[in-house]
Design a protein around this ligand. Structure first.
Ligand code: LCS
Length: 394
C-alpha cells in the first residue's frame, strides 16, 4: 500500500503506515471480518476466483480482509514485499522450514527459543529436514556448518535467552554465497529496532505474541519476505492450515499502533535494570546488548536502533539463588513470554528452555542460575525497587 505523501518517521510508520481505512465502510480501525467463507456472484465468478483469474475472497484459510491488512502492514514495516500471518510463532517457523528446507539442511543458531530448538532437534528430522546448531555470533561457524544441501540459515538475534547477537550482514553473505536463504527471528527487536532485510536477510520472522500484540492477550506469528517466495509460502500455509484468526489479527493491528511507544519504554526500563544489576554484588554476569560489556556490543550498535527490552543475568549461588530471587519479586510477574505491558521474570533452564537437555543447555550458554527479565512499561523506579528488595533477601 502507498506511503503517506511525506516520508514518515519511524514512529509515524507504526501509527499510519501500510494500512488504510476500510475500503468498504471507511471504518478507521480495521473491522474484524469474522467470516469463514465468501459468497461468489455466480458459478463462473467462483471458478475464476479459484483459477486466480479474478480477485476475490474465497475462504478464510486462504485469505481474509482483516488478515490481509495485518500482513500488508507488517511487510511495510519490515520493508518486505509480502507478509504471511500464522496461528503462532511456532506455526510460522514450521511453515518456513517446510517450505524453505524440505528434504534439505538448515544451519541454525544454537541460541534459540526452546520451542524452536525442540522443533528443529526432534521433529524436523522426522520431516526430512536436518538441522545443525552452531554459535552464529562467529560467522565462521556458519560457513563451516554449510553443506551442499543447506537451504536455510536461521538465526535469532538478539537470541532468547542469552541475548547473543549475530551479524546479519555477514550471515546473509555466507548464506547467499552457498545458495541458501537467511531467515532472522526478529521477535526481540521488532521492526522498530531492527529491519533484517535492510542488512541482507531474506526473511524476517516474528512471534507476534510478544511486542506486536503487546498486551499478553494474543498468540500469533508471521514472516515477511520476497514476493515469489512468499507466494509459495502461502500455498504451504493453505495446505498445512496454520492460519491466524481475524480476531487475533485485529489485536495485532491494534498493538502495532503503539509498538514504538511500548518498545521505547520497555527498552529504557531494561537499560535501567541492566545498569543496576551490573553493579550489584549478588549478580555475576548481565547479558544485555545495551551494555558495553556485551560481547557483540559493536555488532548490535551497527544493526539495531536500540538494544531492546529483554535482559538476562546470573545471580551468585546458581539455581537455588535464581529461584529465591524469582520467588521474592512483588511487582514483576513470574511468567514466560515477553513484550507485554507488565514486566515478566522467568527461569529459562526450567521454563522456556526446558526442552533442551542439561548438556545442550550447558553447551549453548543457558546456565542453571540464569534469570530472564522482559521489561514492561511500568515506571523504572518501581522495577528497580522491586529487584532491590528481592536481591536483599538473598
Ligand atoms: N521465536 C521467539 C524468539 C520466541 O521467543 C518465541 C516464543 C517463538 C518464536 C514462538 O512463538 P509462539 O509460538 O509462542 O508465538 N517465546 C516464548 C518465551 O520466551 N516465553 O514463552 C514463549
Amino acid at each position: 500500500m502507498a506511503d503517506p505523501p511525506m516520508r514518515p518517521g519511524r514512529g509515524t510508520r507504526f501509527v499510519h503506515g501500510g494500512d488504510e481505512h476500510d475500503p468498504h465502510t471507511g471504518a478507521v480501525s480495521t473491522p474484524i471480518y469474522q467470516v469463514s467463507t465468501f459468497a461468489f456472484k455466480s458459478a463462473e465468478h467462483g471458478a475464476a476466483c479459484f483459477a486466480g483469474e479474478e480477485e476475490g475472497y474465497i475462504y478464510s484459510r486462504l485469505d481474509n480482509p482483516t488478515i490481509k491488512v495485518f500482513e500488508k502492514k507488517l511487510a511495510y514495516l519490515e520493508g518486505a514485499d509480502e507478509g504471511l500471518a500464522f496461528a503462532s510463532g511456532m506455526a510460522a517457523i514450521h511453515n518456513l522450514i517446510c517450505h524453505a528446507a524440505h528434504g534439505g539442511h538448515v544451519v541454525s543458531g544454537n541460541a534459540v527459543y526452546g520451542g524452536t530448538f525442540a522443533l528443529f532437534e526432534h521433529l524436523a528430522p522426522q520431516l526430512g529436514i536436518d538441522v545443525s546448531f552452531v554459535d552464529t555470533t562467529d560467522p565462521g561457524n556458519i560457513e563451516r556448518a554449510m553443506r551442499p544441501d543447506t537451504r536455510l540459515v536461521f538465526v535469532e538475534t538478539p537470541a532468547n535467552p542469552t541475548l547473543a547477537v549475530t551479524d546479519i550482514a555477514a550471515a546473509a553473505e555466507l548464506a547467499h554465497s552457498r545458495g541458501a536463504l537467511l531467515a532472522v527471528d526478529n521477535t526481540f527487536s521488532t521492526p522498530y529496532l531492527q529491519r533484517p532485510l535492510e542488512h541482507g536477510a531474506d526473511v524476517a520472522l516474528h512471534s507476534c505474541t510478544k511486542y506486536i500484540g503487546g498486551h499478553g492477550d494474543a498468540v500469533a506469528g508471521a514472516y515477511c519476505g520476497p514476493r515469489e517466495f512468499m507466494n509459495e509460502s502461502r500455498d504451504w500455509r493453505t495446505d498445512i492450515g496454520g492460519v491466524i484468526s481475524p480476531l487475533q489479527c485485529w489485536l495485532l493491528l491494534r498493538g502495532l499502533k503503539t509498538l514504538h511507544l511500548r518498545v521505547e519504554r520497555s527498552q529504557a526500563n531494561a537499560m535501567a535494570l541492566a545498569r543496576f544489576l551490573e553493579g550489584h554484588p549478588k549478580v555475576e554476569r548481565v547479558r544485555y546488548p545495551g551494555l558495553e560489556s556485551h560481547p557483540q556490543y559493536a555488532v548490535g550498535k551497527k544493526q539495531m536502533q536500540g538494544p531492546g527490552g529483554i535482559l538476562s543475568f546470573d545471580v551468585a549461588g546458581g539455581v537455588e539463588a535464581g529461584a529465591r530471587l524469582i520467588n521474592s519479586v512483588r511487582l514483576m510477574t513470574v511468567a514466560v513470554s515477553l513484550g507485554d505491558c507488565a514486566t515478566l521474570i522467568e527461569h529459562p533452564a526450567s521454563m522456556t528452555h526446558s526442552t533442551m537437555s542439561p548438556e545442550a543447555q550447558a553447551r549453548y550458554g543457558i546456565t542453571p542460575g540464569l534469570v530472564r527479565i522482559a521489561a514492561g512499561i511500568e515506571d523504572a523506579d518501581d522495577l528497580l525497587a522491586d529487584l532491590d528488595q528481592a536481591l536483599a533477601k538473598m
